[in-house]
Design a protein around this ligand. Structure first.
Ligand SMILES: *[C@@H]1O[C@H](CO)[C@@H](O)[C@H](O)[C@H]1NC(C)=O
Ligand SMILES: *[C@@H]1O[C@H](CO)[C@@H](O)[C@H](O)[C@H]1NC(C)=O
Ligand SMILES: *[C@@H]1O[C@H](CO)[C@@H](O)[C@H](O)[C@H]1NC(C)=O
Length: 299
C-alpha cells in the first residue's frame, strides 16, 4: 500500500512538470538500463534462456515475458500509473512495430561502460554482455531516423526518459572478479557516472527534457554478495543482515551520481532531472518485508 501511495504521489508530481496530452501526462516513455528495466529485449535477442519459462512472469503476466521478475518491473508500474501502455521492447517483434507511445532499450546484463573501457579497467570481459548504454542510445537514434515523427523535438521534450538503473553490472563484474572496493570507487564509479551523464547530454541535445535517473539498489543485501563475501564477527552486517561495507559503497555511488545530476541541472536549466532513490526504496523493503507483502516464511 505504501508503495502504491508513493507511486501516485510521484506520478502526480511528474504530471505537474509536463504538458497534458489527453489522459496521459507524457505522450511516451523511453527507457535505457539493465535487467531491472528490461521488458523483453534480452529474451527477444536470445531465444530459450533461463527466463524464458515460468516462474518468470508467474504472478502478473502468467507467462514469461522477458522481465527478470515474477511480476511487473518498476517501469511497468510507472507506465500504468501514467496511463500509458507497458513500454514495448525495441528488439524483436517484427516490422511495423509502433513505438509512438515509447520504446524500451534496456537490456538484461548491460553495463554502463563499453567493454573496451571495462577491459582497460582490468576486467576479463569475456562473459560480460556487450549491450552497453551507448549501444542502447545508438538504437534510440536509429529509431528516430527510421520514424521521423518520433524525432520531433516537442514530442521528445514532453516525453519521459528513464535513464537506468544502469551501471550496477559494471560494479557486479568488478566485484565478481575480486577488484578491491577502493579500486571500484576510484576507477569504476567515475566511469559509470560519466557514461550516464554523457548519455543524458546526448538525449538533451535531441530534445529530451524529462529524466528519471535511478541509482543502484543496496547491493550489500544481494544474495550473490551475501554468499561470496560471507564473514563472521561483529560490525559486518547491519540489522537486516546486509553487508555494511557494500551498502556503504552503494551510498557512495549514489552521492557521486547525484553530484553529477546536480551539475547537469545547472548546465541544462530547461531539463527536469530527477534522481530515483532505489537505495532508500530497497532498504525500506529489506527493513520491513511484511509491510510489503512478503510471502515466504523464512527461518
Ligand atoms: C531450451 O533449453 C532447455 C535447457 O537447456 C532444453 O531442455 C530445451 O529443449 C530447450 N528448448 C528449445 C525449444 O530449444
Ligand atoms: C502508431 O500508433 C499511433 C496511435 O497510437 C498512430 O497515430 C500512428 O499513426 C501509428 N504509427 C504508425 C507508423 O503506424
Ligand atoms: C576470462 O573469462 C572466461 C570465462 O568468462 C574464461 O574462460 C577465461 O579463461 C578468462 N580469461 C582469463 C585470461 O582469465
Amino acid at each position: 500500500m505504501a508503495f502504491n501511495a508513493n507511486l501516485l504521489l510521484v506520478t502526480a508530481f511528474l504530471c505537474l512538470l509536463s504538458v497534458h496530452h489527453g489522459s496521459a501526462c507524457f505522450p511516451a516513455i523511453f527507457s535505457f538500463g539493465d535487467s531491472l528495466q528490461d521488458t523483453g529485449n534480452f529474451i527477444n535477442t536470445f531465444a530459450n534462456t533461463t527466463i524464458s519459462k515460468l516462474p518468470w512472469g508467474i504472478t502478473y503476466f502468467h507467462k514469461a515475458t522477458g522481465r527478470y521478475s515474477d511480476g511487473r518491473l518498476i517501469i511497468d508500474f510507472i507506465a500504468q500509473a501514467l496511463g500509458l501502455p507497458l513500454v514495448p521492447p525495441y528488439r524483436g517483434g517484427g516490422r511495423g512495430r509502433n513505438f509512438s507511445r515509447g520504446a524500451n532499450f534496456a537490456f538484461g546484463g548491460a553495463t554502463a561502460q563499453d567493454l573496451n573501457t571495462l577491459a582497460g579497467l582490468g576486467l576479463n570481459v569475456t562473459g560480460i554482455m556487450n549491450m552497453p548504454l551507448q549501444v542502447q542510445i545508438d538504437w534510440f537514434q536509429d529509431l528516430l531516423k527510421s520514424v521521423p515523427s518520433l524525432a520531433d523535438r516537442t514530442f521528445l521534450g514532453n516525453s519521459l526518459f528513464i535513464m537506468g538503473e544502469i551501471g550496477g553490472n559494471d560494479f557486479n563484474a568488478a566485484l565478481s572478479q575480486d577488484k578491491p572496493i577502493e579500486n571500484i570507487k576510484d576507477a569504476f564509479v567515475p566511469g559509470v557516472v560519466r557514461t550516464i551523464s554523457s548519455g543524458i547530454t546526448t538525449l538533451i541535445a535531441l530534445g529530451a527534457k524529462n529524466f528519471i535517473v535511478p541509482g543502484n539498489l543496496p547491493i550489500g543485501c544481494v544474495p550473490a554478495w551475501l554468499s561470496k563475501y560471507k564473514r563472521s564477527g561483529p560490525g559486518y552486517y547491519d540489522a537486516n543482515g546486509c553487508i555494511i561495507w557494500l551498502n556503504d559503497f552503494s551510498q557512495y555511488y549514489a552521492s557521486k551520481l547525484q553530484d553529477e545530476l546536480n551539475k547537469l541541472k545547472r548546465d541544462h536549466r530547461e531539463a527536469n532531472i530527477y534522481y530515483a532513490d532505489y537505495y532508500g526504496a530497497g532498504m525500506r523493503l529489506f527493513s520491513d518485508p511484511k509491510q510489503f507483502g512478503e510471502l515466504l516464511n523464512l527461518p
